[in-house]
Design a protein around this ligand. Structure first.
Ligand code: DC
Length: 234
């Protein structure tokens, strides 16, 4: 449990898609009484808005100009429901919709639009102003919170990550094949790593974690130990 007299720090957790970073980030935030923000949910919410407005569809290029024009009309927020964080888009809870494979297939080109990134990064910086936050994403330790006291970069093989995502999706009843999920993971890795703005990259001062062979309990324990080390050093 977090001691309220302890100095609050900023925790940035980056890594590849489906590398288990959200699960560990959420568990850490809950254990130490910090706010948790899933920054990927914000890019997913913009994508859902664009899909609903006919500005992007799987397999086609997004209408960048109209998406950028629409940014001021997009209000993204989070509701806290017990241990869960529910993403809202213009007041509507869209937590399930933003996790669909359709959104996953469209999100990377949208997250590569510089104006979209600038708008999301500004919101994320504002959310972290009073510290006491765990945020996960791709550019949190490099762009959003370059001064974060604790930075972790999660990695795992594409096959391992696709198996996790496949299980998550099929558990929810989605009709997808493992191969479709693996292709999506690899395509997103490539777009995330090669975009010009905020590419996925391990910050120089981040601790790397390859969690391919770790259980969720082992990851959570590892992260909590690192947090205690950082707090005692800061
Ligand atoms: O973590 P995720 O799979 O829910 O992220 C969805 C997409 O958003 C993913 O393709 C990468 C992108 N993203 C990003 O570009 N920057 C972030 N900070 C978080 C996610």
């Amino acid at each position: 449990m977090n001691n309220s007299t302890e100095r609050k720090i900023t925790i940035a957790i980056d890594g590849y898609s489906s590398s288990g970073k959200s699960t560990m980030a959420r568990a850490l935030a809950s254990a130490i009484g910090y706010r948790y923000i899933d920054s990927g949910a914000m890019y997913r919410a913009v994508t859902l808005w664009a899909m609903r407005n006919g500005l992007v569809a799987p397999g086609s290029e997004p209408d960048v100009e109209r998406i950028v024009e629409g940014l001021p009309l997009i209000d993204i927020d989070f509701l806290v429901d017990g241990q869960r964080q529910l993403t809202t888009l213009n007041g509507e809870v869209v937590e399930n919709e933003i996790r669909s494979l359709e959104v996953s297939n469209c999100v990377s080109p949208i997250a590569a639009i510089p104006q979209v990134r600038h708008a999301m990064v500004a919101m994320q910086k504002a959310m972290g102003r009073s510290k006491g936050i765990v945020m996960d994403g791709r550019d949190i330790g490099t762009v959003v919170f370059p001064d974060a006291e604790m930075k972790v970069f999660c990695d795992a093989s594409a096959e391992q990550r696709a198996s996790r995502r496949f299980k998550e999706l099929t558990d929810k009843g989605a009709q997808v094949t493992y191969q479709e999920v693996l292709d999506n993971v690899k395509t997103r890795d490539h777009i995330d790593e090669t975009r010009s703005e905020g590419p996925l990259r391990c910050a120089d001062d981040a601790v790397r974690l390859d969690n391919s062979d770790m259980s969720i309990e082992e990851q959570n324990r590892w992260l909590l130990d690192l947090y205690h080390q950082r707090v005692s050093q800061s």
